[in-house]
Ligand binder design. Structure first.
Ligand code: ADP
Length: 505
């Protein structure tokens, strides 16, 4: 569909229009190529439901080609011979290029995902830049240790023993649609810093910024085959990547349901697996909380990115003494949120990613209402064009309801009261979930804050805030929210393996 006219309701930059107008191909071994089948699929703008681009539809044969290219780049050519410093400089150069093209990436992300342009500009793209800068610094600091050993059955022997920390090899990375560019950065940064090579599969709903990033990798001078990008669908592209016998590690971010499929698919060659999965994160507001902080904090916890965050604060627990004020306050915040297309700079919340996701979210709301919950605000689709859902505050829920137990991945919060200050009981309720990704706690009592932080089973606990992210801070899940940690020094462990070397002197 090369040259198809794209109808947009607003002006985007020339480079964005040009990017969208041309069929986007797969990146394999440093070349942009069609899918072996020649197939393409359309990309929709969620604010309008209109087609904005066509991309190649990769399948198993394309995954095979990409894995072969990644293997070749890992084992021969310039990449394995580069010094850590050269690798770090390349990653930094990529970060610079991304920063120089910030506006283009922000527009592409907003068109593709629907999120407000103000958020893409202030958060998604700058966080991705920061991540690459942070990981560029690590490239020269990944090393083993010298270890004094004793070996009791070899008395008098002398040794020199040390460890090497080596790249794990060819890595498959499967990412979701809620933060398309940022999730690509979280995955690619540590893989490249450690010297791995990659086959990246973006989400079928949001492939555009990853493909544009592929062009920047080429511009920065990464050797062919180090980063390969295969767009396509979960079952036909993601599954063969997860099962591929020549892939050494698979990294996945997405639903817990698919995470389990990935873990199973990886058993063929027992490839390493890291998973960043779903959540049903609690936000706890204690009686002594500063409500001027807690109310916007709790509202932001659920409504940021339209609730399409794995760490969204979707279960809000408020002490009975402040419950009504918290419900009223969060509801007032919800009503103030301006819904609209992400490209409108006054928009504060965009559409759900797809019609399917909108139907899932409204289905959950209906299930809650039919079981006796009450919507203080919101409760339905907004408008009839695009996939908008009203920010929704539910009360009169109980811990058995689906809306309280299952991940909704939309702007829907269940507010529940608690009536004592027994931290164990509060933690028990907060921990009553299969998930353990994140939590937040609002209190002015430092001792309570740190005690409850310790009791909560989650990979991140925010105190008097929610959604504070940094490239240096590990992020990941307890329980069924995942395996391993992304970002920070921790993430390097996922992309390296340790070799012990022992010399008898
Ligand atoms: P969501 O339900 O939020 O769309 P998914 O977990 O389905 O999230 O998707 C996240 C990523 O996983 C996407 O890139 C998708 O294409 C991919 N995916 C979906 N199903 C599979 C599968 N069976 N095997 C591998 N990847 C998959």
């Amino acid at each position: 569909m090369e040259g198809t006219a794209v109808v947009l309701d607003y002006t985007v930059g020339e480079s964005v229009s040009a990017f969208l107008a041309k069929k986007r191909q797969l990146l394999i071994g440093g070349e942009w190529v069609d899918a072996a089948s020649g197939k393409t699929f359309p990309v929709y703008e969620p604010a309008t439901g209109e087609i904005i681009a066509h991309v190649a539809e990769g399948e198993k044969e394309d995954i095979d080609r990409a894995v072969k290219a990644a293997r070749k780049a890992f084992e021969s050519g310039p990449w394995p011979n580069m010094t850590p410093s050269q690798r770090g400089k390349l990653i930094w150069k990529l970060a610079d290029l991304l920063e120089q093209n910030l506006e283009e990436f922000a527009e592409l992300e907003t068109l593709d995902n629907g999120k407000p342009i103000t958020v893409s500009r202030a958060a998604d793209v700058p966080l991705a830049v920061d991540l690459f800068c942070y990981m560029a610094g690590w490239a020269t600091k990944i090393h083993g240790e010298t270890i004094p050993i004793s070996v009791p059955y070899m008395p008098g022997a002398e040794f020199h023993a040390y460890t090497l920390r080596e790249p794990v090899g060819v890595v498959g990375q499967i990412i979701p649609w809620n933060f398309p560019l940022l999730m690509a950065a979280w995955k690619l940064g540590p893989a490249l810093a450690t010297g791995c090579t990659v086959v990246l599969k973006p989400a079928e709903q949001t492939p555009l910024t990853a493909l544009r990033l592929g062009e920047l990798f080429q511009e920065a001078g990464f050797p062919p085959g180090v980063i390969n990008i295969i767009t396509g669908f979960g079952e036909s592209t993601g599954a063969p990547l997860a099962a591929h016998l020549d892939v050494d590690k698979i990294a996945f971010t997405g639903s817990t349901e698919v995470g389990k499929l990935i873990a199973n698919a990886a058993t063929g060659n027992l490839k390493k697996v890291s998973l960043e999965l779903g959540g049903k994160s609690p936000t706890i507001v204690f009686s002594d909380a500063d409500l001027a902080v807690a109310i916007p904090g709790a509202a932001g916890a659920i409504f940021f990115n339209h609730g399409q965050c794995c760490c969204a604060g979707s279960r809000l627990y408020a002490h009975k003494s402040v419950f009504d004020r918290v419900v009223d306050g969060v509801s007032a915040e919800a009503q103030k949120i301006k819904l609209g297309p992400g490209m409108d700079p006054t928009t504060e919340m965009g559409p759900m990613i797809s019609e399917e996701q909108m139907t899932v979210v409204t289905g959950y709301i209906e299930s809650g209402l039919s079981e006796g919950a009450k919507a203080v605000v919101g409760g339905k689709r907004s408008g009839s064009k695009g996939y908008f859902v009203e920010p929704t505050v539910l009360v009169d829920t109980n811990p058995q309801m689906k809306v309280v137990r299952e991940e909704i991945f939309g702007p829907v919060v269940c507010v529940q009261p608690f009536d004592d200050d027994d931290l164990d009981r509060i933690a028990q309720e907060a921990n009553d979930t299969i998930y353990g990704l994140a939590a937040s706690v609002f209190t002015t009592n430092l001792s309570v804050a740190h005690k409850i932080a310790k009791k909560i089973q989650a990979g991140t606990v925010w105190i008097n805030s929610h959604n504070v992210f940094d490239a240096a801070l590990p992020f990941g899940g307890y329980k069924q929210s995942g395996w391993g940690r992304e970002m920070g020094k921790e993430s390097l462990n996922l992309y390296t393996q340790v070799k012990s070397v022992v010399a008898t002197l």
